[in-house]
Design a protein around this ligand. Structure first.
Ligand code: GLU
Length: 411
């Protein structure tokens, strides 16, 4: 099943519960605008390279469209379209005044020098600057992009349209960014993990955790969960997975990965296992925080964790989702679990527009407030309607978007 088909599947499960008409489903599933552009750059070697960039603007019924930019070799229009749609439901679930969008460039970000990365980013903005803006569509970081890339986006956009820091979020703290944006997604995952563990009648101290992916999201989630007394027994990156019964020392792992230059490769205070084995570990909590589609109908029967928090976007394929849900596994879905990033993006954007700034404590408090109330709403709806947390989250999101669409008047 392709990525967009998967989102459509989840959408329809919720739309059935909401008894949404076919016409409304088509309207809500169709993106407002899909842009595909050519990005021609000169590599450091002097070679000419032509890349393809995408920006899908899915829906703006509840506010300007919002979503990250992904630089990854697997990016294609179908994936960007699916992620743009997820952003619409995500911003609606946490009830921030945004719609959904997503962008990407099909390129292996790790193969680029800093100069190449900057040239690609600026060229992409040259091509799309007139369809983004602080009132229309606001990009942010995602896989393969970071705060520095966001600073280039702001700078390049502002050359055409004048000073406007709210055109992009996730900027460096020293350059119109907000404290706590980098940790926000991982922290939000941690907050919801602790809430769900409690709701299921368990304690953090008896919760063993495996985290797939040790990028920004995985790292901050691991740190938060360790500080909350969980035993993070395994983490992984592209070099493989690292397991230690009784719990890794996450501060030590982070230090190693930051200083070593090649991520976790060679980390000796743990047993080396594969990324696939990590997903099947005997733990109480599994956090997929890397790519989409890692849990499939093939490996789902071997997944032992009774609780999965989706830190990545779309890490579980629909057939696996059905198998796990039927088997009694609690899944906190991406559109709720990883909404911490876009929530703090919203704080950044709102503050950019007022030339005002919160300190880190305030950002954390407000993040906790937004994530907790969304969690309560989703949990309550799931209980009331006897549906999975995913279907409840989609129901909440779709309902808000369809109400806004109808209230604004469709034609
Ligand atoms: N890329 C992140 C996401 O998938 C953040 C988006 C944003 O901050 O706009 O939610």
């Amino acid at each position: 099943m392709k990525s967009f088909e998967a989102v459509k599947h989840y959408f329809n499960l919720a739309a059935d519960q909401l008894e949404l008409t076919e016409n409304m489903r088509t309207l809500l599933l169709t993106a407002k605008r899909e842009v595909q552009v050519q990005i021609a750059i000169e590599r450091d070697s002097g070679d000419l390279e032509t890349l393809i960039g995408y920006r899908v603007q899915h829906d703006n019924a509840r506010g300007p469209m919002k979503g990250g930019l992904r630089f990854h070799h697997e990016v294609d229009l179908d994936e960007v379209r699916s992620l743009a749609s997820l952003m619409t439901w995500k911003t609606a679930v946490v009830n921030i005044p945004y719609g959904g969008a997503k962008g990407g460039i099909a390129v292996d970000a790790r193969s680029l020098s800093l100069g190449e990365l900057e040239r690609i980013t600026r060229k992409f903005i040259d091509e799309i600057h007139d369809v983004i803006g602080p009132d229309t569509d606001i990009p942010a970081p995602d896989m393969g992009t970071n705060a520095e890339v966001m600073a280039w986006i702001m700078n390049q956009h502002n050359k055409y349209h004048g000073f406007s820091p709210g055109v992009v979020t996730g900027k460096p703290v020293e350059h119109y960014g907000i404290h706590g944006r980098e940790e926000a997604t991982g922290r939000g995952v941690g907050i919801l993990a602790i809430k769900t563990i409690g709701r299921l009648g368990h304690k953090p101290s008896t919760t063993r955790v495996a985290i797939q992916g040790f990028g920004k999201v995985g790292t901050y989630a691991a740190k938060f969960l360790q500080d909350a007394d969980c035993k993070v027994e395994a983490v992984s990156d592209i070099s493989g997975a690292y397991y230690r019964q009784g719990g890794l020392n996450i501060n030590d792992v982070i230090r190693y990965s930051n200083t070593h230059g090649q991520g976790l490769e060679g980390y000796a205070e743990a047993d080396k296992i594969t990324n696939a084995e990590l997903l099947e570990l005997d733990v109480e909590l599994l956090v997929p925080a890397a790519l989409g589609g890692v849990i499939t109908a093939e490996n789902a029967p071997r997944v032992k964790a009774p609780l999965i928090i989706e830190a990545a976007n779309a890490p579980i394929r629909p057939d696996a989702d059905e198998m796990l849900t039927e088997g009694g596994v609690t899944i906190v879905p991406d559109i709720l679990a990883n909404a911490g990033g876009v929530t703090v993006s919203y704080f950044e954007w709102a503050q950019n527009r007022q030339y005002y700034r919160w300190n880190l404590d305030r950002v954390r408090q407000e993040l906790e407030r937004v994530m907790s109330s969304a969690f309560e709403e989703v949990w309550e709806l799931a209980r009331e309607r006897e549906v999975s947390l995913r279907t409840a989250a989609f129901m909440l999101g779709i309902n808000r978007v369809s109400r806004a669409t109808v209230l604004a008047g469709i034609t």
